[in-house]
Ligand binder design. Structure first.
Ligand SMILES: CC(C)(COP(=O)(O)OP(=O)(O)OC[C@H]1O[C@@H](n2cnc3c(N)ncnc32)[C@H](O)[C@@H]1OP(=O)(O)O)[C@@H](O)C(=O)NCCC(=O)NCCS
Length: 418
């Protein structure tokens, strides 16, 4: 019998107070291999925790379920931004799993997000099997790439006015935040990063290094002296019988323009004693490939999902983004988990603006909330979802028209793990 149906067990959904912090997070730490979280781990999580956005399940006096949310701005196609609840800190104690606790927290959390006036929620998923049922869809992908430095010649040497400068991680928050802020509207899917995010990231804890070095930060400053790009990376040192075989692991790289982007990659590929550069989380359309004399040498070693998006207010969310071509369609959104967020909507959009309103007109397409999350940022093609039986085309040609509308270049991308 599900625990919540058992009268002997008083299970309660509760918003934690500051004092509950360690107990509230125990199911999450427990699920991720830290049954007795260290003071350092707790301190790092507390830094970014938003207690009023959190909610947990208490069994007697024990916290057995947790779900939190961070406040983000999400870049949408066209370069505008939307408030997005970034769902995080989700876990259920192993003693209470598969008894409906996550479902209860997800229901309440989505209501809370709507009450705050946010049209979107998003998350990064530990498993792709969990969140579709709650209306979240795989919205951005990432590629893991690697390149042997010896085969990394560029077709044309990159040039950008300005200079590269090494910065100590402890002093990097200001310039990195400034460079990131200049870049974050370039790609749909990119999330804002708070001062606390940077502080937490740049603490650069040993437990986050996976045996590689401390974090290196290289900053690019433009001719005006302002930061306009950076790369953060680690070095994994290795030696063999002929010499060094070290790897540079790029953890983040952004640039305000294509030339600065290329200068940063060139810098990484030219570091002495390094034979391979790995980009752990790069866009699926990583631009570096097309700079290379040997583009095949940039090997894609992994492809996967990153940001999952959940649309809660269809007119607001669809009206806020821009579309590749001018067109209009009627969408029937079937939202099984949260019917109040579904309905039938007429979307008229184009490169300069969009309007989305409820309608009674005959639908051109019928899709679920999860599928709407997949297509929202333009990162998943409707034709692929339709081919998988996940979108119904009611008007012949509507899938192709919707793809022409929703498609986004460059590919949507987010590299902010939360
Ligand atoms: C994922 C997790 C929070 C699920 O909690 P839970 O309370 O067991 O989930 P529920 O009982 O509410 O299950 C809800 C539904 O999701 C399904 N489900 C839950 N977790 C699942 C998983 N990991 N894989 C596949 N299905 C899952 C259940 O079968 C159930 O399906 P139904 O609605 O069709 O019956 C829990 O397993 C956990 O803590 N996992 C480890 C930590 C983690 O991965 N957290 C998520 C971070 S993004």
């Amino acid at each position: 019998m599900p625990v919540q149906d058992c009268p002997a067990v008083p299970l309660e959904l509760r918003v934690p107070t500051e004092d509950d912090f360690a107990d509230f997070l125990r199911p999450v730490f427990g699920a991720f291999g830290e049954p007795d979280p260290s003071a350092e781990s707790l301190d790092d999580e507390r830094l970014v925790w938003e207690p009023e956005r959190s909610l947990g399940v208490v069994d007697g006096d024990e916290w057995v379920g947790a779900a939190g949310a961070f406040s983000f701005d999400l870049t949408v196609p066209g370069g505008g931004t939307m408030a997005m609840a970034g769902v995080t800190m989700v876990g259920v104690a192993a003693t209470h799993r598969r008894q409906g606790l996550l479902r209860r927290m997800m229901e309440r959390q989505l209501d809370d997000i709507v009450d705050r006036g946010e049209a979107l929620a998003g998350l990064t998923a530990s498993e792709t099997s969990i969140y579709g049922r709650y209306g979240y869809g795989w919205a951005t992908g990432y590629a893991a790439v690697e390149l042997e430095t010896a085969r990394s010649a560029f077709r044309v040497p990159p040039q950008a006015p300005g200079r590269l400068r090494m910065v100590q991680a402890a002093e990097a928050a200001g310039p990195l935040a400034e460079a990131y802020e200049r870049c974050r509207r370039q790609r749909a899917g990119t999330l804002s990063r708070s001062d606390r995010y940077w502080e937490q990231k740049l603490r650069d804890r040993e437990r986050r290094r996976n045996g590689a070095s401390a974090l290196y930060v290289v900053l690019h400053e433009g001719a005006d002296g302002r930061p306009d790009g950076y790369a953060t990376y680690r070095v994994k040192s290795a030696w063999n019988d002929v010499g060094s075989a070290s790897t540079v692991i790029v953890t983040d790289l952004v640039a305000a323009d294509h030339d600065v982007y290329a200068v940063l990659w060139r810098y990484l590929l030219d570091i002495d004693l390094v034979t391979k550069v790995v980009g752990q989380v790069r866009p699926v359309d990583e631009p570096l490939r097309w700079r290379l004399v040997e583009p095949r040498r940039l090997r894609t070693t992994g492809l996967g999902d990153y940001l999952w998006v959940r649309v809660l207010d269809v007119p607001t969310a669809l009206g806020a983004r821009r579309y590749a071509v001018p067109d209009g369609l009627v969408l029937e959104v079937v939202d099984e988990f949260r019917p109040a967020s579904g309905g039938r909507f007429r979307l008229d959009g184009g490169p300069d603006g969009a309007e989305c309103t409820p309608t009674d007109a005959t639908p051109d397409l019928t899709l679920g909330a999860e599928e709407l999350g997949c297509i929202y940022l333009g990162g998943v093609a409707l034709r692929d979802l339709a081919a998988a039986g996940r979108i119904e085309e009611c008007t012949p040609g509507a899938v192709a028209r919707a793809d022409a509308l929703f498609t986004t270049t460059p590919a949507p991308f987010n590299a902010t793990m939360f």
